[in-house]
Design a protein around this ligand. Structure first.
Ligand SMILES: Nc1nc2c(ncn2[C@@H]2O[C@H](COP(=O)(O)OP(=O)(O)OP(=O)(O)O)[C@@H](O)[C@H]2O)c(=O)[nH]1
Ligand SMILES: [Mg+2]
Length: 448
């Protein structure tokens, strides 16, 4: 269930439809807004959030002039992107108590990743010079406390559990004492989960809350959950109090629709995100990255910005023309590589191309290799550069000796060219008039 697959493919269609237009009309905006609204609703984003967001986007789109270097469709994508970032808020740091002893209480429904998050947070803080103590007050699930103990050991942080004790509040009190005795400066309380928000859960949490007096009450939300997250967050907020979220399992298929809803509806920040099962898979929440992920694209806008700085417009235009004419020669490749180098890390740049992010493993971009690549291409005749197919064994030998490289090096460059060609075909850049609609959107996944 990829939450936002639809938003990205719908936006992809918008970009396609708008291609070549120089101005966005009211009608264009209306139809784009419909697509965006439907996509968000399908993605199970809270309807009030959807409404606010689409109103805001359409306002901005109406006012915006189309920048010369962007197509109107891209500009709308940019506006959507910015609005998503707006909603998602800014990066917010975890609390640090002025008392010198900070308490985090983690709560949430069953299986959302509370225990894992407690251990991850422990490791995260330890690596930043803190001395955390993990305490499990889960008196409901058998072996729940032992699970935290094992994780704490892996993380190399202190831990207090008491599986014999039946009262969560009592364990909390003991844990607090232990943490102070061990001279810890942070306590992370892992609580029990429930299938639904029920009275007993709330009562127990209130008791624990009263004992440990948390500086930060963090609701652990599974990214896979849709707008249901809003009701859950509101319930916890009303009953216990809520200071922020840790969103887990962002490494899965979910694109983070829940994040949009909870951030907007509760006004509380998402502090950290869990991106895997391992203890190091915890990151500070970056609104811009999640916005890109929600859009389902690599960081297109950064790419556009960087590209418009570094690209020689005329050169870029020429390349586009050639691509349209279904030609992409070795000479083009060389020019592309050189421009990319001017823009910073090539790998970084390529990973920003929509849909390419995840596939980076397939293509190896070696920046130092660029110098050799240049030498090799420069040793080719114009005819060879334009028609790399003619590069037979004897030509490759000649090029190798001409450039002071080996035949393997030449083969590597030819392979690199083939890869780029394939990639461009795959993403529909090449293909002239025969361009077919791909099933998958050009804004494929965006791996974190
Ligand atoms: N892929 C992925 N898996 C995660 C992440 N966080 C937790 N998990 C997995 O989710 C499952 C549940 O994690 P727990 O930490 O035990 O969840 P919990 O909320 O403590 O569960 P209860 O205590 O039973 O309510 C485990 O298999 C974890 O490995 C994450 O960020 N990504
Ligand atoms: Mg647990």
């Amino acid at each position: 269930m990829a939450l936002f697959e639809n938003l990205s493919s719908r936006l992809g269609r918008i970009v396609d439809a708008m291609r070549g237009k120089s101005r966005v009309t009211e009608k264009d905006i209306k139809s784009m807004m419909r697509e965006i609204r439907l996509a968000l609703l399908e993605a199970d984003v809270n309807y009030r959030v959807v409404k606010d967001l689409t109103d805001e986007i359409s306002e901005k789109a109406k006012g915006a002039d189309v920048l010369e270097s962007l197509t109107p469709g891209q500009q709308v994508v940019k506006i959507v992107h910015e609005s998503l970032i707006d909603i998602l808020g800014t990066e917010e740091k975890l609390a640090v108590s002025p008392s010198g002893f900070t308490v985090f209480m983690l709560y949430g429904l069953q299986g959302t990743g509370k225990t894992t998050a407690a251990a991850k947070l422990g490791l995260y803080l330890k690596e930043r010079g803190k001395r955390p103590m993990l305490v499990s007050v889960d008196v409901h699930r058998p072996a729940a406390q032992e699970q935290l103990r094992v994780l704490a050991e892996q993380a190399g942080v202190e831990c207090y559990i008491n599986p014999e004790e039946k009262s969560a509040a009592v364990i909390a009190r003991q844990g607090l004492k232990r943490a102070k005795y061990m001279m810890c400066d942070t306590m992370i309380v892992d609580t029990a989960g429930r299938m639904t928000v029920d009275e007993e859960l709330m009562r127990e949490l209130k008791e624990v809350d009263a004992v440990v007096n948390p500086d930060e009450r963090l609701l652990i939300v599974d990214a896979m959950i849709g707008q249901e997250a809003v009701a859950i967050a509101e319930a916890f907020d009303q009953q216990i109090g809520l200071d922020g979220f840790i969103m887990t399992k962002l490494d899965g298929d979910a694109r983070g629709g829940a994040a949009l809803s909870i951030r907007r509806m509760t006004g509380k920040p998402i502090k950290m995100v869990g991106t895997g099962e391992k203890l190091r898979d915890l990151e500070v929440f970056h609104p811009d990255r999640l916005a890109s992920r929600i859009l389902g694209m690599g960081d297109v806008l950064t790419l556009i910005e960087k590209a418009s700085d570094a690209f020689d417009e005329k050169q870029a235009q020429k390349t586009v023309e050639r691509l349209k004419a279904n030609t992409f020669t070795m000479q083009d490749m060389l020019e592309q590589l050189e421009q990319l180098q001017g823009m910073g890390s090539m790998k970084e740049m390529i990973s920003m191309i929509p849909g390419v992010g995840r596939r980076m493993g397939d293509i190896e971009v070696d920046e130092r290799g660029l110098i050799r690549t240049r030498a090799i291409i420069q040793s080719m005749t114009v005819h060879e550069r334009e028609n790399p197919k003619v590069l037979n064994a004897s030509r490759r030998r000649r090029i190798a000796s001409g450039s002071g490289m080996t035949v393997q090096d030449v083969n590597r460059v030819v392979r690199q060219y083939d890869d780029m060609l394939k990639l461009m075909k795959q993403f529909g850049v090449l293909g002239g008039g025969k361009r077919k609609r791909r099933k998958r959107s050009p804004f494929g996944g965006f791996g974190f």
